[in-house]
Design a binder for this molecule. Structure first.
Ligand SMILES: Nc1ncnc2c1ncn2[C@@H]1O[C@H](COP(=O)(O)OP(=O)(O)OP(=O)(O)O)[C@@H](O)[C@H]1O
Ligand SMILES: N[C@@H](CCO)C(=O)O
Length: 307
């Protein structure tokens, strides 16, 4: 049995639509084992959207590796332990894809390089900003090309915290992508290019005072916030209590706020505000650090199957 731990991820980070994302210390565990025959899939907590047959996303990701390397298990047991909430903009699907590819590569003899695994995952997900940090950790600047992903990984210091607001409703990435306009005004494109560039520079040089300006966006949030009734309330209270920017986590509906070292005061203020504004019942709130490792194997038990 091979056990792989894979982190959640938050993509876009404001202006960096489809090209920036960070891994977070919230994990799924994927356990895989070759068996005599068949496909056995279990998951906890279970969810009606998690398929238990060849439509399962982790299995589909694993099969892309088996097809790539030309090796197939006789049978496969997959057990999923899910901490990452589904359909909340925290990279649940990307964790399945990157974790499944990572686990399948281990099971099939490690023939794929990290670069090949990063590309396979981004191609399957359709954009690299969740799957790449899920695979390698850190805060990643990434572009999906024809045959590879061009990326830079930045190791995030522990002083930068990520306040995560998770609502009690789902918003699928597919739907949240379909509502975006096909065309935008030139000035809005220029607006985002500037903020994304400023974000990359501010985060890598530690100039966090620039982050509130650098996390503004005109490409996706103006359209998606209409689907999240409390979006402005959450963003405004975060900024009021000193967050260095607050924005949609990926395609939403979760919201992320960047917090510097005074996070305990921030955390207490936010908890009080959520209660006073009667939002606490509908919004889970936690403060996470960035994960800088990505998908990792944390146990390998020899299989009973003799080849
Ligand atoms: N932990 C999981 N185990 C198995 N399948 C999953 C899991 N998470 C997601 N999936 C599959 O991926 C599909 C899309 O999942 P989900 O809606 O969570 O992803 P998303 O909307 O693309 O991204 P995010 O999770 O970041 O919101 C689900 O319908 C489900 O089939
Ligand atoms: N860049 C993607 C991230 C999805 O998590 C989007 O915003 O649709």
């Amino acid at each position: 049995m091979i056990s792989v731990k894979v982190p959640a991820s938050s993509a876009n980070l404001g202006a960096g639509f489809d090209c920036m994302g960070v891994a977070l210390k919230l994990y799924n565990i994927i356990e895989v084992e070759e068996i005599e025959k068949g496909l056995i899939i279990t998951s906890s907590p279970d969810d009606p959207s998690i398929a238990k047959d060849e439509n399962n996303l982790v299995f589909k990701a694993m099969k892309t590796v088996f097809d790539e390397v030309g090796w197939y298990p006789r049978g496969l047991r997959i057990n999923l332990i899910n901490e990452i909430p589904l359909t909340r903009g925290l990279g649940s699907s990307a964790a399945c894809i990157s974790g499944g590819i990572y686990a399948a590569n281990l099971l099939s003899g490690g023939k794929l390089s990290e670069e090949e695994m990063i590309y396979l995952a981004a191609k399957m997900e359709g954009h690299p900003d969740n799957s790449t940090p899920a695979m390698i950790g850190g805060l990643v600047f990434a572009v999906l090309e024809d045959k590879k992903v061009n990326y830079i990984k930045f190791v995030v210091p522990a002083r930068l915290k990520f306040a995560v607001f998770i609502p009690d409703f789902q918003l699928s990435t597919e739907y949240a992508r379909n509502i975006l306009p096909k065309y935008i005004e030139f000035k809005d494109a220029v607006f985002n290019i500037g903020r994304a560039t400023l974000f990359a520079s501010a985060i890598t040089t530690g100039n966090y005072e620039l982050l509130p300006a650098a996390t503004q966006d005109r490409l996706h949030q103006p359209y998606r916030k209409k689907l999240i009734p409390d979006f402005d309330k959450i963003v405004n209270l975060s900024l009021e209590f000193g967050a260095k920017g607050a924005f949609l986590s990926g395609a939403g509906p979760s919201i992320i706020a960047l917090v510097d070292e005074n996070y305990e005061i921030f955390e207490q203020n936010v908890k009080n505000a959520l209660a006073n504004m009667e939002l606490a019942a509908n919004w889970d709130f936690m403060i996470l650090e960035a994960d800088n490792s990505g998908a990792t194997v944390f146990s390998v038990q020899s299989t009973s199957l003799k080849r």
